[in-house]
Design a protein around this ligand. Structure first.
Ligand code: GCB
Length: 603
């Protein structure tokens, strides 16, 4: 199937897509540096000066042409007669990492441009290179150092970095970002979502110091289908034929490899691994060595595959006892900014009895994935291809593919990730199938050791059955189904009787079900928004789901109440989607305990 655009040949489409991808990753962006946590770094987190600029006055002149001396120049008055109509150092401040919406009342609903500036000194060493790395900036970032543009980045949930070696000074560097979170129809995500469009530098900013040449990236995972053979690669930043090695001291593994002219070495070795699993989240210390420098990581080994309707972990069927999670801070709202907050979310899922979490609806922070990995939680990770995306727009495709590539690039060594999801609740059309099947193919080309999935919401019904027959099912390994019996359709009491059929010999995860309740609001099970209604909804839905013999797991919607501007019922919602099993204050609702009981009895 083809996109509905005018192309004379598929080559032209590929070329166009490649050009657009270059645009979306920012021209000057360096390839992503893997494993920032274990490199030599200086944090630029903390207080940044900001300017709120709804008209983009710091970027465009009155003829709407980009300015040469925009706010990125960080100019200061030199004489009393100078006209400079901004001054970062006399303005507002925000904490980085952090969203702007929950830090400053006047920015709560704001969508537009905010300029960020941070000044710093740097003790630059000869023979070293330096990169500035951003965990995530939502959505459109233009980055400048000392008045020079480093590049652009599009996409609010993925990491990126730029080299700054030649621009850094010992004193008074200024790093400036124009951050714009304006929603756009053609963007990923598109304009219409059900979560808060938190703007800002939402994850850490870090200076990374490297040698002149260094191990930039690597992929070290068990080969598909093998419990003992690791296959992967190591990539140097600069092309060089040389020796690199891998060591796993605990297993006495020490292997040498030779990089090719592109600085890439293919890796293959065997080990008697104690395999990672939810009961045994075993990670090994691994060292990658090049030119006397060693880079450490903690890596686990496991296999994942499907057999008919089952998902097999390390060769054995596993029921995925999951929960969906947004990247929102526990005990409040706003983006998660610390490892401790990730650990709280993870501990809540563990308390419920989960072995699996769905990180909805976009890539969460690396910390979150690592916190889950350490605690034995398997992960579904997804990109924000959500609802009604313009699937026939090649620019949108390029953007989605780029975000997918960035997500996989960052997290491909995290053992707990088993599913890469390409979309959530997208409407059936030919253009959508072309778009999503291409994304699914892209996943396999980057990482064939994991499974692909998507959350589907469209089922037809026949003979009293809900049918799983979305044509996208052909193109993914595991089918996610979002269904809201007792909330968006049908009466609560009918839910237990719901019956399902599937056209696919593939595992199905019920990737969403649920309903809203205001914590502390009690009444009968017929009264919406009460904890009793939500609890009954869970009771009847679980009875229905128990009759689906091809179901391989579930991730009810959702761990915690979360902010969403489409939740307008003031008395109850007050901007919160209330489908959480835990309130924004951290208080468990009745249905939390029902899920806990259910998972206790589920193998
Ligand atoms: C869905 C969406 C999710 C929403 C949820 C809801 O189907 O996938 O993002 O938040 O429903 O609460 O309506």
């Amino acid at each position: 199937m083809k996109f509905k655009i005018k192309t004379n040949s598929s080559n032209r489409f590929v070329l166009l897509t490649l050009c657009l991808m270059a645009l979306y990753s920012g021209f000057a962006q360096s390839s992503l540096i893997q494993n920032i946590d274990n490199r030599t770094t200086v944090s630029l987190d903390g207080t940044w000066q900001i300017i709120i600029d709804p008209l983009e006055n710091g970027y465009y002149n009155h003829r709407y042409q980009p300015k040469d001396n925009g706010f990125f120049m960080n100019e200061k008055m030199q004489t009393p007669s100078d006209l400079i109509e901004y001054n970062f150092d006399e303005g507002y401040e925000l904490q980085v990492p952090g969203d702007w919406n929950t830090q400053m009342e006047k920015l709560y609903y704001y969508e537009g441009t905010v300029w960020y500036k941070r000044s710093f000194d740097y003790d630059k060493k000869d023979g070293k290179r330096v990169f500035v790395h951003f965990g995530a900036v939502n959505y459109d970032a233009k980055v400048y150092l000392n008045g020079k543009k480093l590049g652009d980045h599009i996409g609010g949930y993925t990491s990126f970095n730029f080299e700054v070696t030649d621009l850094l000074k010992a004193k008074d560097n200024f790093l400036v970002l124009k951050v714009d979170n304006t929603r756009k129809r053609e963007a990923i995500p598109t304009v219409n979502t059900d979560w808060w469009n938190y703007g800002g530098i939402t994850r850490s900013v870090t200076l990374v110091e490297t040698e002149l040449n260094f191990i930039r990236d690597y992929f070290i995972q068990l080969k598909k289908g093998s419990k003992a053979n690791v296959e992967g690669w190591i990539q140097l930043d600069r092309p060089l034929e040389t020796n690199v090695s891998i060591e796993i001291p605990e297993l006495n593994i020490s292997k040498n490899y030779r990089t090719d002219a592109n600085g890439r070495a293919l890796v293959s070795f065997n080990g008697a691994f104690d395999l990672w699993s939810p009961q045994n989240p075993k990670l090994y210390k691994l060292e990658l060595v090049f030119a006397g420098n060693s880079l450490e990581d903690q890596i686990g080994f496991r296999t994942v595959e499907t057999r008919g309707h089952k998902i097999l972990l390390n060769g054995s069927p596993l029921f995925l006892k999951g929960i969906s999670v947004h990247e929102e801070a526990p005990f409040s709202a706003g983006r998660v900014t610390t490892m401790e907050e990730c650990e709280v979310l993870v501990s809540w899922a563990k308390e419920m009895g989960c072995n699996f979490i769905r990180l909805a609806h976009y890539p969460h922070s690396e910390q979150m994935v690592k916190a889950a990995e350490a605690a034995g939680l398997l992960v579904w990770s997804e990109i924000p291809v959500y609802w009604t995306v313009p699937f026939d727009n090649p620019e949108t495709y390029a953007n989605a593919e780029n975000q997918l590539t960035d997500m996989i690039s960052r997290d491909k060594n995290r053992t707990n990730i088993i599913l890469w999801s390409v979309a959530n609740e997208t409407p059936i059309s030919d253009a959508r199938i072309a778009f999503l099947s291409n994304l699914s193919k892209k996943v396999k080309s980057l990482d064939n050791t994991r499974l692909t999935t998507a959350a589907l919401d469209t089922q037809s019904s026949a003979d009293g059955y809900n049918m799983i027959d979305d044509p996208l099912g052909e193109h993914i390994d595991v089918i996610g189904i979002n269904q809201y019996c007792g909330w968006y359709f049908d009466k609560l009491s009918n839910c237990a009787k719901g019956k399902w059929k599937t056209s696919y010999d593939k595992p199905v995860i019920i990737s969403e079900f649920g309903g809203g309740a205001l914590q502390g609001y009690h009444g009968s099970e017929d009264e919406r928004w009460t904890e009793e209604y939500q609890d009954a909804l869970y009771k009847y839905n679980l009875q229905m789901l128990d009759n689906i013999e091809f179901m391989a797991g579930m991730t009810p919607w959702i761990l915690k109440d979360f902010l969403s501007p489409r939740r307008n019922l003031k008395r109850i919602q007050n901007d919160f989607n209330r489908k959480g099993l835990i309130s924004e204050e951290g208080i468990r609702k009745k249905a939390f305990y029902r899920m806990q009981d259910y998972y206790k009895g589920k193998n």
